[in-house]
Design a protein around this ligand. Structure first.
Ligand SMILES: [Zn+2]
Length: 256
């Protein structure tokens, strides 16, 4: 009986420790993958931009300041808490304040991507947001994607302005600076940052052509409801029936 007791204790504790370490490692890897995704998708130049992923209600992992994305290792990704304390061997991105404030005020946000992507940043340098020029603008949660007024990078003023622009939205532009995109995880936040860049490119092109026709509020509400109900723009269509695998290539051979 005496021998069994410590054995049982070990068998209970070990998986818990392993599970926590594995989760932290996976979240750090998610930060790094999204950072490299910024480069792959053409959403950043050099080390501009940053990424964070929530660990729990109080803590998040964030990309470090000024480290080349292709050289990042999981141990380079610092952990931060909502009190501004950080843990690790590399200092967090200088934009940690808006990451911290978004996690503190938006419970459902699991990841944040910040970019200086070229078209969206160009638009933000005119002080413009993205209006309802295309129905896909609704992917950011409403009828427009707002542009927060300019504040110096890394300041509380910038964070406060960003939070106001993000009200009821999953993305915003930052005047003379860039973009913030939110998601349930790093993959969805990165995808939204890419979509914002794509929309900005289309809107810039439309502005060059001439007067841009905007969709009205009722239509954008309808689109937002479709996105909300179906979850995504390419969701199943109730009138579209899947009727089995395509056998036409086998049928085309004919009898031998
Ligand atoms: Zn920035």
């Amino acid at each position: 009986m005496r021998r069994r007791k410590p054995k049982t204790t070990r068998s209970i504790r070990k998986p818990v420790r392993t599970g926590r370490a594995a989760k932290n490692g996976a979240l750090r890897a998610e930060v790094i993958a999204a950072c490299r995704g910024l480069t792959r998708l053409g959403l950043t130049y050099g080390t501009s931009g940053n990424v964070s992923v929530r660990l729990d209600a109080q803590r998040f992992f964030i990309s470090p300041s000024g480290t080349a994305y292709d050289a990042l290792t999981p141990a380079d990704v610092p952990l931060m808490d909502l009190g501004g304390r950080w843990f690790g061997r590399r200092r967090p991105s200088s934009e940690w304040r808006f990451h911290r404030d978004i996690y503190a005020s938006r419970n459902h946000v699991g990841a944040i991507v910040h970019t200086h992507s070229p078209r969206a940043t160009s638009l933000a340098c005119t002080g413009r947001g993205i209006p309802a020029f295309h129905y896909m603008v609704a992917v950011a949660g409403g009828a427009d994607i707002r542009c927060a007024p300019y504040h110096t990078f890394g300041t509380q003023g910038l964070s406060d302005a960003a939070l106001t622009a993000l009200k009821d939205r999953h993305a915003c532009l930052l005047a003379n600076h860039g973009v913030i995109a939110l998601g349930e995880d790093a993959r969805t936040a990165l995808a939204l940052a890419g979509e914002v860049e794509n929309l900005a490119a289309q809107y810039c092109a439309a502005l060059v052509l001439g007067e841009v026709r905007l969709l009205d509020e009722a239509e954008m509400r309808r689109v937002a409801e479709k996105f909300r109900t179906y979850g995504k723009p390419d969701a199943p269509d109730p009138d579209l029936l899947f009727a089995g695998p395509d056998l036409s290539h086998t049928a085309a051979r004919g009898p031998r």
